[in-house]
Design a protein around this ligand. Structure first.
Ligand code: PHE
Length: 342
């Protein structure tokens, strides 16, 4: 049989079959018989090569007609039956839904960046327990039992059988004490962690927040080292051209004590919302470790000296992001946190 005869026969078959397609399954069987790579039409296409050249236009035309006939029959049957069929249709051209990917919380991101900078300056990371005792949180830090400075930090006490000195640490300075008790100078550590204070929750303060504290103890450490360290850190973290201001302050565990301000990285000292129009941002409290503290922790103050500094991480996040309500950092709303995905 010539190819022309085969095609004529095939056209008849397709014609007849098309009128009998009565379900989605029929349509699918029809497609598999005629319209796939191993189907009847493709078989004819393959024979086209051996047709004499002068017959090719005629045969080609017939082939196209048969194919168009089969395509049309299949499409009509498919449209009619496929949507009513029980087979679920998957539109493979639809765009997929991506998986929801989490992100590192802005507080954790900030702690990580802070730790990276201090680590590159040679500081190790030290950690301590959140539930502390009075000795580590106050006594060894030169807070006398009736010292009024204890009132600076409203403490959550923990009910512990037979003890009245168990509390949630009010600052990470408690880790300073643990580090000094367990290590010999030179000591160069930062101590990130959660701290707790019995304060009314507001847009500016929470009862639970994060601090990072730094401690450097060696022979001959001076206030100049403290200034140099903080300035080098702040110029890397906030603003390479920052200016600084050291204001005297008071902490029981440092003498002298200071608070360190930096020119506002946003307005460069002009005054803006972030610096509350003062041109300055407070970056940390600091000072030279009090000799009483060194002594209480087993370090000879005649041989060693050191500096310490500490600051709240949430305040840093607020400054950097412009978020004006600290509570937003604790509500874990993806609409907020998602904006800080790295
Ligand atoms: N621990 C102090 C606070 O919580 C901060 C501080 C740390 C100040 C180290 C000086 C030196 O307020």
């Amino acid at each position: 049989m010539t190819l022309i005869e085969q095609l004529q026969q095939l056209r008849q078959i397709i014609d007849q079959e098309s009128s009998q397609l009565a379900s989605a399954e029929d349509a699918e069987a029809f497609r598999l018989r005629h319209l796939v790579k191993k189907g009847t039409i493709q078989a004819c296409v393959e024979q086209l090569r051996s047709v004499p050249k002068e017959q090719k236009p005629e045969v080609g035309k017939l082939l196209n007609e048969v194919r168009a006939l089969a395509d049309k029959a299949y499409e009509q049957a498919h449209d009619r039956y496929a949507s009513a069929s029980s087979v679920e249709r998957i539109d493979v051209t639809l765009q997929g839904r991506g998986p929801q990917i989490g992100a590192v919380h802005p507080i954790t991101q900030t702690v990580d960046r802070l730790v990276d900078i201090f680590a590159s300056m040679g500081f190790d990371v030290a950690e301590g327990p959140d539930v502390e005792d009075d000795a580590h949180n106050f006594e060894h830090l030169n807070f006398a039992p009736d010292h009024p400075a204890r009132d600076m930090q409203d403490t959550f006490f923990v009910d512990a059988p037979g003890r009245s000195d168990v509390l949630l640490r009010t600052h990470t300075s408690s880790v300073q004490v643990r580090v000094m008790q367990s290590m010999k100078p030179p000591i160069r550590c930062i101590m990130p962690g959660r701290v707790y204070r019995n304060e009314a929750v507001s847009a500016r303060s929470l009862a639970e927040f994060h601090q990072i504290e730094g401690l450097y103890i060696d022979r001959g450490v001076s206030m100049a080292d403290l200034k140099g360290t903080i300035m080098a850190f702040a110029r890397r973290f906030y603003d390479a051209n920052a200016e600084f201001r050291f204001r005297t302050s008071y902490f029981p565990f440092t003498e002298p004590s200071c608070e360190i301000d930096m020119s506002c990285f946003l307005c460069k000292g002009e005054g803006c919302r972030i610096c509350k129009h003062s041109g300055w941002l407070e970056i940390c409290g600091a000072g030279m470790v009090h000799p009483n503290v060194l002594r209480a922790c087993g370090i000879d103050p005649d041989e060693y000296s050191g500096f310490a500094f500490g600051f709240g991480v949430e305040r840093v996040v607020l400054m950097l992001t412009g978020i004006d309500d600290i509570r937003l950092l604790y509500e874990n709303d993806v609409r907020v946190n998602g904006q800080f995905a790295p």
